[in-house]
Ligand binder design. Structure first.
Ligand code: IMP
Ligand code: MG
Length: 164
């Protein structure tokens, strides 16, 4: 069993500071606001990594967001809706592509993906990520909602683990 001491001992380095993240998230919100002008949006967040990003991003989306859904089971009808999947990080893209395909079956008017972080070199599933905050390499990152063994989600910045 991993002890609490071992769990918190992982060293990390700063990758994206709060100001840089905030500026980028604000821009993403403006971009989404412009692209969906005059429309209503349904935001579907991919737990758990989306929570911090989604909370910040949605406050920069100046549109009626009709439904904001977190989690696996989507209880509202998506047929004919403009749906935006919100993820914290896309790595192999397996998770987001499963969700994408599952939601596509419901025949939304549009279906797109926004992620704070993308690891394009790691993609194993073909998926088009329309909106991304930052592209990063294959490093393992933590903070701003992202965890390592369920730790570090509350860090307000993004760091990368040094010895991963
Ligand atoms: P996927 O490989 O794109 O399916 O990503 C699966 C999940 O792994 C993501 O939603 C994250 O929860 C997690 N993940 C992938 N890379 C990282 C990382 O660098 N830091 C923290 N979590 C990660
Ligand atoms: Mg995780």
């Amino acid at each position: 069993m991993v002890t609490q001491k071992e769990k918190v001992a992982r060293p990390f380095e700063l990758l994206l500071d709060q100001k840089r993240i905030a500026q980028r998230v604000k821009k993403l919100g403006a971009e989404i606001t412009a692209d969906y002008a005059g429309q209503r949006l349904v935001l579907v967040g991919v737990l758990k990594g989306c929570v911090v990003f989604m909370a910040d991003l949605m406050r920069h989306i100046e549109l009626p967001c009709e439904h904001i859904i977190l989690g696996g089971s989507v209880a509202v009808a998506l047929k004919g809706r403009h749906v935006l999947i919100v993820d914290g990080i896309v790595d192999s893209a397996r998770t987001v592509s499963v969700i994408y395909n599952r939601l596509q079956v419901e025949e939304p008017a549009s279906l797109e993906i926004v992620t704070l972080l993308d690891k394009p070199a790691s993609h194993r599933n073909k998926v088009q990520v329309k909106y991304k905050g930052f592209s990063i390499g294959n490093e393992f990152v933590i903070g701003y909602g992202l965890d390592n063994t369920q730790l570090y989600r509350n860090l307000p910045f993004v760091g990368h683990l040094i010895d991963h």
